[in-house]
Design a protein around this ligand. Structure first.
Ligand code: SAT
Ligand code: MN
Length: 591
């Protein structure tokens, strides 16, 4: 490998703030070389070739999976580490009870010692990137420094990275500083620190997606949510999807679900054959930045340029587009392998795993062959349903916002909030069964307001106030809905088929948005009449649909009491309006 790759521009034209910062990090971390990423295909190929040569990437079967590679992470580094993730604001109250907090000075001092000399004999990669279309007024730039070629490669897929981003930084003279080192991958020496007041991130000791691809959750959600509050917009953990109905109308929806609850599948939904005439366009699968427009509507951009999706469960039936999409030019992390070097994961109808995600001979007694949080990284343009609006600098106008989670019981298939303020309460009350996307126990119900519990960079009480304020500025706010695709019967069977069939529920929402469908007062909000959900071509018993749309009032009273207790921990800072909504909801259930 050559020493430092050429700078993407003559030194004199590079933003001084960037070069000075890179120099100070170089002095602290002592890398063997510095490589500036300029974002070319040749550079991507070079990184892949290097990783293959070093044995860190495995080339997959080129006949079936051309230009696809497998990366196996350290077995102890396979998910986000929320307990080691901190928001470091000067005042602890600004971070709120929803975040781990450290004083910024103390955090910097701790991290400085971890980073000292940490990149010896490694390459320091400098990745200037832009979150959002390069010409969008809503986009924001950052620079990640990392000593992991795998992280650099992911960032080059997931963001608009390289020369053009650096040019924008040069013009704007502001950027988020993200410093990352894999360190020794020691969980005892692993921290993900955020300094929203300084627009800075320091991440040490993990190479996993959400901990290490700093443009993603660290910048585009934790830091961006802070910026968004100051600037009057919202940074959200939401997919964005466009649906064209049989009338030829296109409606855009944004949906917030916790990690590994089907955002990518919904964003890439395939209409079932029994619902002809619909078309689906993916704008984004994980993060949405929402701006009130001059027209009084809420507009959404996807700040990312790729998908970092959960692999297990992906097949022709659950997500045909994703299944096709990840057959070329895809970076797999922690999947299993067949004897002929094809990737394998649970949920594939064919093939036999020979090697598990750790590279050991597969033994079912040791658990699944692919890690439950194994991932694919792929360029969004590979998606056959990719929306042409992905690069629209102003984004797309939202007709609806959807909140949801995994709930075995309680939450019906769908209901609609009475208005924006009620919708904010619906979002703030979200709870979901935990998944493998974060370390910790899987399947326990936990509070996850707006699916932002792990990602809101400031006090939730201030965040809900900000949501209410943004709504007050919208003359045509999106309608807000709540869905639950995961309701089960007493035997643990899912009541709703999910996947492409979810379009039937989205179709009702769109009819609501267009003012063509009525709804009934279901006491927790507005519910469809059973006839409002088109079930033609679906073998769903009428009783099952009734059960899916049923509201168990005593259980909901209990839920509301739990929500009140949960919100109570935010104390005085909680907006009064949210408490009023809670009282209104309680009154509706008391009738
Ligand atoms: O690990 S990521 O945060 O990138 C994916 C997720 O958990 O949503
Ligand atoms: Mn996510």
């Amino acid at each position: 490998m050559a020493t430092a790759s050429p700078l993407p521009m003559p030194m004199s034209q590079l933003c001084r703030a960037v070069t000075e910062w890179v120099e100070s990090v170089r002095a602290l971390t002592q890398p063997a070389e510095v490589q500036w990423c300029e974002g070319s295909a040749a550079e991507r190929d070079g990184l892949i070739a290097r990783l293959v040569r070093e044995g860190q990437l495995l080339r997959l079967n080129p006949r079936h999976f051309p230009n696809c590679h497998l990366y196996r992470s350290d077995p102890g580094d396979v998910a986000r580490v929320e307990h080691l993730t901190y928001v470091c604001t000067r005042s602890k109250a600004d971070a709120g009870p929803n975040n781990n907090w450290l004083d910024p000075q103390a955090a910097h001092a701790k991290m400085r010692e971890l980073f000292r000399g940490a990149m010896r004999s490694r390459t320091l990669y400098v990745i200037p990137y832009c979150m959002g279309p390069l010409d969008s007024p809503f986009a924001r730039c950052g620079v990640e420094i990392t000593d992991s070629a795998y992280v650099a490669l992911n960032m080059l897929i997931m963001t608009r990275a390289g020369r053009a981003a650096l040019e924008r930084i040069e013009r704007e003279r502001t950027f988020v500083r993200g410093l990352h080192s894999v360190g020794e991958l020691d969980p005892e020496r692993r921290f993900i620190m955020h300094y929203p007041e300084e627009l800075a991130i320091e991440s040490f000791g993990s190479g996993y997606g959400g901990n290490a691809l700093l443009g993603k959750k660290c910048h585009a959600l934790r830091i961006a949510s802070w910026q968004a509050r100051a600037e009057g917009w919202l940074a959200e953990h939401m997919l964005i999807v466009g649906l064209r109905n049989r009338r030829g109308e296109t409606h855009y929806l944004a949906a917030a679900f916790p990690s590994a609850c089907g955002k990518t599948n919904l964003a890439m939904l395939i209409p079932p054959d029994s619902l002809p005439g619909w078309e689906v366009f993916t704008v984004g699968d994980d993060i949405a930045w929402l701006h009130p427009g001059a027209d009084g509507r809420l507009w959404a951009i996807n700040p990312e340029a790729g998908y970092f999706g959960v692999v297990p469960g992906t097949n022709r039936r659950t997500n045909r587009n994703a299944f096709e999409m990840i057959r070329r030019d895809t970076l797999f992390t922690n999947v299993a392998l067949t004897a002929d070097a094809q990737p394998w994961w649970e949920g594939l109808p064919a093939g036999t795993p020979q090697t598990d995600w750790r590279g050991r001979p597969y033994d079912p007694a040791r658990g699944p062959a692919a890690h439950p949080n194994s991932r694919f990284t792929v360029d969004a343009r590979r998606n056959p349903a990719c929306s042409p609006q992905l690069n629209d600098p102003h984004g797309v106008p939202l007709s609806a916002i959807i909140f949801g989670g995994r709930r075995r019981e309680l939450a019906p298939l769908v209901y609609e909030a009475r208005d924006w303020a009620h919708g904010v309460l619906v979002g703030a009350s979200m709870a979901s069964q935990s998944t493998a996307a974060a370390t910790g126990e899987v399947g326990v119900i936990r509070r996850d307001p707006m699916a932002m519990q792990p990602f809101c960079g400031y006090n939730f009480a201030d965040y809900w106030r900000h949501w209410l304020e943004v709504g007050a500025r919208l003359r045509q706010p999106p309608r807000i809905f709540h869905v639950n695709w995961f309701r089960q019967d007493s035997q643990g069977r899912f009541l709703w088929p999910g996947f492409g069939e979810n379009l039937r529920v989205l179709a009702w929402m769109i009819e609501r948005c267009a003012g063509r469908a009525d709804a009934r007062d279901g006491r927790i909000g507005l519910l469809p009449h059973p006839a409002g959900i088109d079930t033609r071509g679906l073998s769903l018993e009428p009783e099952t649909l009734r059960a899916l749309l049923a509201v168990d009032v005593p259980l909901w009273r209990q839920e509301l009491a739990e929500t009140r207790a949960y919100l109570g921990q935010y104390g005085e800072r909680l907006p009064q309006e949210l408490l009023h909504e809670l009282d209104r909801s309680a009154a509706a259930l008391a009738r």
